[in-house]
Design a protein around this ligand. Structure first.
Ligand code: ATP
Ligand code: LTN
Length: 332
């Protein structure tokens, strides 16, 4: 029996960090054997805010390499560059014409990102969730594994799919959302009330996957802590320590309850020191795998991936155009 299909994407912007890895990539790895997976380097999403062309080009390859080094197997799963397939922007335009301004104005990420750039906010940034819906719906995707911050966008993709199907006839699969069972949301090391983000103002906010391991260990040692002394998981009262416990638990495979027990009666410094060591080991292993992957390999994986899924994207786009009355002949 054919496996159900999942689709997800990462933007080639800045350095990927532990939040992206633990919140999204590790989730993808856990699903790789169960589903047919499509993972995209979503470069059209990246240009919704200004990008330096040379850096963008480097980042596209860098993300493909990170996916490979993380353990995404290109013989099993597809990795491709979004802008290689024009069906994404074509379907996005069609969906733009069914999406409502009001529902897009409610998107939390748009509100946050546009507040950060007061001068010029692109129309693309506003329409970003519709492009994301197009990415998902083109492949008749059954489920979308993402970090919890993206759930509102997946909900919009579901609404747009249902609306189109209802108005024009069955065209798109309505996708489910998959988030980590533990709902892990990794918070900033310098401000544990906001998510860890590569667009954060300070580099002490995040641990980048490409950080020099000793430097990353220093960032953990410098992370803000909460008042009090007890090492206890309580996100509302102790957001900083809870975040460190979450990261440590995910990296070490030990439950938070077990860590609380181990650190009972000990100081914050002891937890930080052990976590810093765990981060160092994780990054050293990860980076040595990454260094084995060449640019040529990454390019080859991206172009083979696009070639493999192009027929499915084109077929869904053709059906959507037919349903809308845009196709003048009967060729399928
Ligand atoms: P950023 O805000 O850091 O620029 P982003 O969320 O805008 O990142 P992507 O890099 O495309 O954009 O995100 C890739 C995946 O990583 C998404 O599934 C997202 O939900 C997840 N993710 C991003 N930050 C975190 C975090 N702090 N904790 C858990 N998951 C995260
Ligand atoms: N907006 C997502 C990236 C993304 C995506 C997608 C995720 C673009 N298209 C389709 C899942 C499915 C983000 O993580 N910032």
């Amino acid at each position: 029996m054919a496996k159900a299909r999942i689709f997800s994407g990462v933007q080639p912007t800045g350095n990927l960090h532990l939040g992206n890895y633990l919140g999204a990539i590790e989730l993808w790895l856990s699903l790789q054997n169960k589903y047919d997976c499509i993972f995209s380097v979503v470069d059209y999403h990246a240009i919704t805010v200004s990008q330096e062309p040379r850096k963008l080009k480097e980042s596209i390859l860098a993300i493909a390499k990170i996916m490979l080094a993380s353990g995404i197997n290109p013989d099993q799963s597809v990795i491709f560059q979004q802008s290689a397939l024009s069906a994404h922007t074509e379907l996005a335009w069609i969906l733009n014409c069914t999406a409502h301004m009001g529902e897009l104005k409610k998107m939390t990420q748009f509100k946050e990102k546009s507040a950060g750039q007061k001068d010029i906010v692109s129309l693309g940034l506003f329409a970003y969730p519709v492009l994301m819906a197009a990415d998902i719906l083109l492949y008749q995707t059954e489920a979308v594994p993402v970090g919890e911050d993206q759930s509102q966008h997946v909900e919009l993709a579901r609404d747009l799919a249902r609306r189109f199907n209802h108005q024009f006839g069955q065209t798109f699969t309505v996708p489910d959302l998959i988030t980590r069972p533990d709902g892990a949301r990794i918070m900033g090391l310098d401000d544990p009330r906001k998510k860890m983000s590569k667009s954060a103002a300070s580099e002490y906010n995040y641990i980048a996957l490409l950080d020099e391991p000793d430097k990353a260990a220093k960032k953990i040692m410098k992370a803000v802590t909460d008042s009090g002394q007890e090492i206890k998981f309580a996100p509302a009262n102790k957001p900083a320590i809870s975040n460190l416990l979450t990261i440590y638990s995910l990296l070490s495979g030990r439950t938070i309850a077990r860590l609380e027990e181990e650190y009972q009666g000990r100081q914050y410094g002891a937890l930080k020191k052990d976590l810093a060591e765990a981060v160092k080991i994780f990054l050293s292993d990860f980076q040595s795998r990454l260094n084995e992957i060449t640019d040529a390999q990454a390019r080859q994986v991206l172009s083979a991936g696009a070639a493999k899924i192009a027929p499915l994207a084109e077929s869904t786009l053709r059906t959507a155009k037919e349903r809308l009355g845009l196709t003048l002949n009967n060729h399928r």
